[in-house]
Design a protein around this ligand. Structure first.
Ligand SMILES: Nc1ncnc2c1ncn2[C@@H]1O[C@H](COP(=O)(O)OP(=O)(O)O)[C@@H](O)[C@H]1O
Ligand SMILES: [Mg+2]
Length: 356
């Protein structure tokens, strides 16, 4: 177990700044998820931690030791990739033990470690099988086992679930998290999938274009996004955004409709802003005296999700998503009264996108 510390780590490929100077701390035993759209620099950052890619600048510390210039094998880390290429001609047991054989561990020690690991991952009945006789999920578990068997100080994952189908992904997500909670191995997990980030992380780091945008516990990032990018990237469906002008009384939409500021909200300097509202903070406005901003709108479209439904409506002409109970609304210009929670209205600077 170990803590990891990145200090101003950056990477440039020629003229491409893949990772801007970034400082990230991972506490001992923590499960940190690096999340962001494809091409934002996640894999590059992970590969620098692993030593597979030299840094252009900055230092990497593991458990108080500067590992920046160490070879991958001297870093005491194990990595699990998206394409977890198992050795096809070896049994599960041989695949699991391979790294330990390379280290020259005695046979009995290897056998014991393989047994322990197989036990932890429920692979014991499969030890004599070849990879081609395994399901996708079982292969992924063997790949995890291969990393785990080395008892690394740090676990690195690069989109390990991207090749699995949706149902298996949910199961594996829980398995990985459960395994990590039992072993408490400090982990850095890279994904472009915000659902994985929300559900797995102790703490998320949101990246965009090589820059860290925000870091914090998932719910904190969800509830208090630092900017409009994070607001729309984290959460499903994405937060609805609309343009407005801040005035002393409230935010005036293009249609002239003004949303009053929530009481106690820090004042917003008059000028152009972007507003954001999450679908679950727009409710059916059944009681006119309930707190919030009541408005009438047409329902353009409804998506039923079983447990709830998403309705596409309009607020002063701007599209807005509302999460409503199933079966209550139908699309096709049905008129409805809705209520917007002003306490949960997000306000961003129009130019910088920063939360105000
Ligand atoms: N070996 C490389 N040579 C040149 N450019 C690279 C190399 N590896 C990655 N890049 C570029 O760096 C950026 C970040 O890539 P990457 O870290 O793979 O992103 P992510 O994993 O978030 O999808 C991209 O613009 C990518 O094209
Ligand atoms: Mg990648």
């Amino acid at each position: 177990m170990a803590s990891l510390s990145l200090v101003d780590v950056s990477k440039q490929f020629g003229t491409v700044h893949a990772v801007q100077p970034s400082s990230i701390e991972v506490a001992d035993g923590e499960f940190l998820v690096l999340v962001g759209p494809s091409g934002c620099g996640k894999s590059t950052l992970l590969r620098m931690i692993a030593g597979l890619e030299p840094v252009s600048g900055g230092r990497i510390w593991l458990e108080g030791r500067d590992v920046t210039d160490l070879a991958p094998r001297d870093r005491d880390m194990a990595m699990v990739f998206q394409d977890y290429a198992l050795y096809p001609h070896m049994s599960v047991a041989e695949n699991l033990g391979f790294a330990l054989r390379m280290q020259g561990l005695p046979r009995e020690r290897i056998a014991a470690r393989v047994r322990e690991t197989a036990d932890l991952l429920e692979l014991t009945p499969l030890l004599e099988r070849r990879p081609r006789a395994l399901s996708g999920g079982q292969r992924q578990r063997v790949a995890l086992g291969r990393a785990l068997v080395r008892q690394p100080s740090l676990f690195l994952f690069d989109e390990p679930l991207s090749n699995l189908d949706a149902k298996l992904r949910v199961g594996m997500r829980m398995e990985i998290r459960n395994l990590q909670q039992r072993t408490r191995i400090t982990s850095v997990y890279v994904t472009h999938d915000q659902v994985e980030a929300m559900t797995m992380a102790d703490r998320v780091v949101v990246m965009r274009d090589g820059h860290v945008q925000q870091s914090g516990p998932p719910m904190e990032v969800y509830n208090r996004p630092a900017n409009a990018f994070v607001a729309t990237f984290i959460g499903s469906p994405p937060m609805s955004l609309f343009e407005a002008t801040a005035t002393p009384d409230g935010a005036r939409l293009a249609s002239g409709l003004t949303l009053p500021w929530a009481p106690g909200r820090p004042p917003v300097r008059p000028g152009p802003v972007t507003l954001g509202q999450r679908a679950e903070h727009v409710a059916l406005g059944e009681h006119e005296d309930a707190p919030g901003f009541h408005f009438s709108t047409d329902v353009k479209h409804v998506e039923d999700h079983g447990a709830d439904a998403l309705a596409l409506v309009a607020l002063g002409g701007a599209p807005l998503l509302a999460r409503v109970p199933p079966g209550r609304l139908r699309g096709g210009a049905q008129a409805v009264r809705l209520r917007l929670d002003l306490e949960r209205l997000h306000v961003f600077d129009r130019t910088s996108g920063d939360a105000l």
